[in-house]
Design a protein. Structure first.
Ligand code: BG6
Length: 483
């Protein structure tokens, strides 16, 4: 198939488009009256249904504390057909007894072979309690003999290394690791998945993907929005727990990992965790040399934020990896809320030329090549390089070669949850966080979790973030990318 777009011609080899149909199953959604279900999960399910990707036998049961009729629930579910609603308290065994009865009826009606996914879109304090109650009700071994059960847990997985370990230990007593799906929705984004394909399905990038050729890497996830209505959760977490422990370090792992021997879930996750293990520890006494935290002005006045809160809404880190591939190459990571623009990208900046043969120009005057993975918006990949402007004079300028996802494929990439829900039904954990990766991330970030370690510097809403974040790069003779 050739795409009709200008500039990009895409030829897809159909034999490589592997599309598997999941086993029939039921999806039980705890926290079904909440925001995540309405904004992300039901749109993803409806999308999967429209594309014909759901299994033939499939149903959804929403569980929540609110009183709601099945008709109202179906409406909130965006008209999703086979959706049922069960009101109940998450800590009450009666809820699980009623659920077991309902699941057994629906299993027989929809032919779902006893298979069930339990999705926990509930507050983290319930992450051990709900599986414990499910186990007491006999639901973690499948709805009936021969069926499988999987549990999906949203982030944050713990608040620090100790609490994550405690949660793991508790869950390990109830479930096998292969039944547990820890979500990091960034891993479901098309452009994030494409990092692996780009790096390992092409041979020209790998030879230059190392300290000999790369000057530095910038990973930015910038948001225009503030905490919105989530201050209750956010004020107790802050940017390090909310974004660095998961999304930011996962992006780092994907861009810095070694090639796995195969696309097998555990081979991919082994290589990612090796990156996290190679992170040079943050120096607790000199944190300000490699980390900056910020808080947008007006944050303390947001509904639900504690007066005088020191919770950071912005973070910038300068990291290094102690391994042969990356030794000495800085990785700069930044993310924050209420900034001047929204945009997430990974920019790999290559070294400048060793010698300029254009007499009036020094090597540093020539723009170094930069490869950018645009994660959102305007999803795609860009490569900048120097070229001669037409005309008799020798004029050089930086050009950008651009692959734009929407232009090439004629549509915007689907929501991350679409891929992740499907993978969970398929039993494919590649894009989910493994236990060791969660622990490594918490362990690395521990010095930053101490609220006294670093004071969050105020920054103006709509700005580029705290001034110290600029100085973090200036100290190395570099600058953050501006667009
Ligand atoms: C979530 C964080 O995991 O990711 C939010 O809790 C953040 O604070 C969000 O806004 C960003 O996700 P996206 O997909 O909108 O970039």
């Amino acid at each position: 198939m050739n795409s009709p777009s200008r500039g990009v011609s895409l030829s897809i080899r159909e034999g490589l488009c592997i599309e598997q149909r999941p086993d029939p199953c039921g999806l039980v959604l705890f926290g079904a009256s909440g925001d995540l279900a309405e904004r992300k999960l039901f749109p993803a399910l409806n999308h999967l249904s429209e594309k014909g990707l759901l299994p033939k036998g499939f149903f959804v049961v929403g569980v929540a504390r609110s009183e709601m009729s099945e008709a109202v629930f179906r409406h909130r579910a965006g008209g999703f057909g086979a959706a049922h609603y069960l009101r109940g308290d998450y800590g009450d065994p009666a809820t699980y007894a009623a659920l077991a009865k309902l699941l057994s009826e629906l299993d027989a009606r929809h032919g779902t072979r006893g298979n069930a996914i339990f999705y926990l879109a509930v507050p983290p304090t319930l992450y051990a309690e709900v599986p414990r109650r499910l186990q007491e009700a006999g639901l973690l071994q499948g709805v009936r003999p021969g069926g499988w059960s999987r549990v999906v847990i949203e982030k944050p997985f713990g608040r620090d290394l100790d609490s994550a370990r405690a949660l793991d230990a508790e869950l390990a007593g109830l479930l096998r690791e292969d039944q547990l799906y820890r979500i990091d929705h960034y891993l479901g984004k098309e452009t994030v998945q494409n990092i692996l394909m780009f790096r390992f399905a092409n041979s020209i990038f790998e030879p230059v993907w190392n300290r000999d050729h790369v000057d530095h890497v910038q990973i930015s996830v910038l948001e225009e929005v503030g905490v919105e209505h989530r201050a209750g959760y956010y004020d107790g977490s802050g940017v390090v727990r909310d974004m660095f422990q998961n999304h930011m370090l996962q992006l780092l792992a994907l861009v810095a990992m070694d090639p796995p021997s195969s696309f097998d879930p555990d081979r991919v996750r082994d290589e990612k965790v090796r990156v996290l293990r190679a992170l040079k520890p943050l120096p607790p006494r000199e944190l300000s040399k490699c980390a900056v935290l910020g808080q947008y002005e007006g944050y303390r006045k947001e509904a639900g934020v504690a007066p005088g809160s020191g919770t950071p809404t912005y973070g910038a880190l300068r990291l290094e990896l102690d391994n042969w591939r990356w030794r000495g190459v800085p990785f700069y990571l930044r993310t924050g809320k209420r900034l001047s623009r929204r945009g997430a990208e990974i920019a790999v900046r290559f070294k400048s030329v060793p010698h300029s043969l254009f007499r009036t120009l020094a090597p540093a005057d020539l723009e170094s090549n930069t490869l950018v993975f645009r994660i959102q918006p305007d999803e795609g990949i860009e490569l900048t390089f120097e070229a001669k402007k037409p005309g008799p004079k020798l004029c050089l300028g930086a050009l950008t070669m651009k692959f734009d996802y929407a232009e090439a494929f004629g549509e915007r990439p689907p929501e991350a949850y679409h891929r992740l829900l499907l993978d969970c039904m398929l039993g494919d954990p590649t894009l989910f966080m493994r236990r060791d990766a969660v622990a490594e991330s918490w362990s690395f970030l521990s010095p930053l979790l101490d609220p006294k370690a670093l004071v969050a510097e105020a920054y103006a809403p709509g700005s580029a973030g705290p001034a110290r974040a600029e100085r973090l790069l200036e100290a190395d003779g570099r600058r953050w990318r501006t667009s």
